[in-house]
Write a protein that binds this ligand. Structure first.
Ligand code: ADP
Ligand code: MG
Length: 266
């Protein structure tokens, strides 16, 4: 392992010339993703916006290795490292096992990954509960007795326990009420920055994308990225909440909305 304090952030994901279609042929009409490039570095949050059906979830499934590319290359750093889960995948609805307690859900990594000691894992769980403002008492509960926001936090902790470098998030906060969503955005943002993880987040919420992302990518109906916005809200510490109050925030919102309207109208 090279040291963590190298000057240049290391690449976490490299996608080159990616193409995919659900049919067996290679007809253009059947192509969902075409000639797509995407690089993500550690510490970076990239948000993807696009019309419904343009291929955002398909792209995440390809990166997660759930679908095999028709052509192109997907390189994930640390993919073969034994102590790392490859990728943490968070959906709109949590994927917790309902018959297991919260504790048994978040301790799954200790069961499934060789070399993860239970007592170490348990300590880590307690730390993550603090990060996500959850009380230890929820460990004994079952997912059904938690609010949506709590379940989503537990989902994130569950995947964090596999120690992935890269998170894929598919509209993760869109089923939550506004204030819960703001809190979770901040908690997740801090986590990525502090632990030097990386995240690709699909969202339909322009404000959320500007608040959280280092870069916002617009995906067209052609299944490729047509526009990139580098989000620079000025110097100083940033959080998704403080970002929302800045003048630049409103400008990015307006510019992205104008472009997104054009993309959706195609
Ligand atoms: N399992 C599947 N089989 C066939 N077509 C699919 C399948 N999943 C998605 N599609 C199609 O692929 C396109 C992209 O879908 P998807 O990636 O889910 O879009 P998004 O997440 O951007 O809304 C859509 O036209 C959708 O109908
Ligand atoms: Mg989708």
């Amino acid at each position: 392992m090279s040291s963590a304090n190298t000057a240049q952030p290391k690449p976490v994901l490299d996608v080159v010339g990616l193409a995919y279609g659900y049919g067996s042929g290679s007809a253009s009409s059947d192509t969902v993703i075409r000639d797509l490039q995407l690089s993500v570095k550690e510490g970076e949050i990239v948000c993807i916006l696009g019309a419904s059906g343009c291929g955002k979830s398909t792209l995440l499934n390809l990166i997660a290795g759930l679908l095999q590319p028709r052509s192109g290359k997907i390189d994930v750093a640390d993919a073969s490292h034994a102590s790392h889960g490859r990728i943490g995948y968070i959906f709109q609805q949590d994927a917790l096992l309902p018959w297991r307690t919260v504790e048994a859900n978040v301790m799954m990594a200790a069961e499934l990954m060789p070399g993860v000691a239970r007592d170490e894992a348990r300590k880590l769980v307690l730390q993550y509960l603090q990060t996500f403002n959850l009380n230890e008492s929820i460990l004994k509960l079952h997912p059904a007795s938690l609010s949506g926001g709590m379940r989503q936090r537990v989902s994130i902790i569950q995947s964090l326990m596999f120690n992935p470098k890269l998170f894929l998030l598919d509209e993760p906060f869109s089923a939550l009420d506004f204030f819960t969503k703001l809190k979770l955005e901040s908690e997740f943002y801090q986590l990525v920055k502090e632990k030097n993880k990386a995240a690709i987040m699909v969202t339909h919420d322009i404000e959320e994308s500007v608040a959280m992302a280092d870069r916002v990518l617009l995906m067209s109906q052609n299944g490729t990225f047509t526009k990139e916005f580098v989000i620079d809200l000025g110097d100083g510490p940033r959080s998704p909440e403080s970002a929302r109050g800045t003048a630049r925030f409103a400008e990015y919102y307006r510019d992205i909305w104008a472009e997104l309207k054009a993309v959706i109208a195609q």
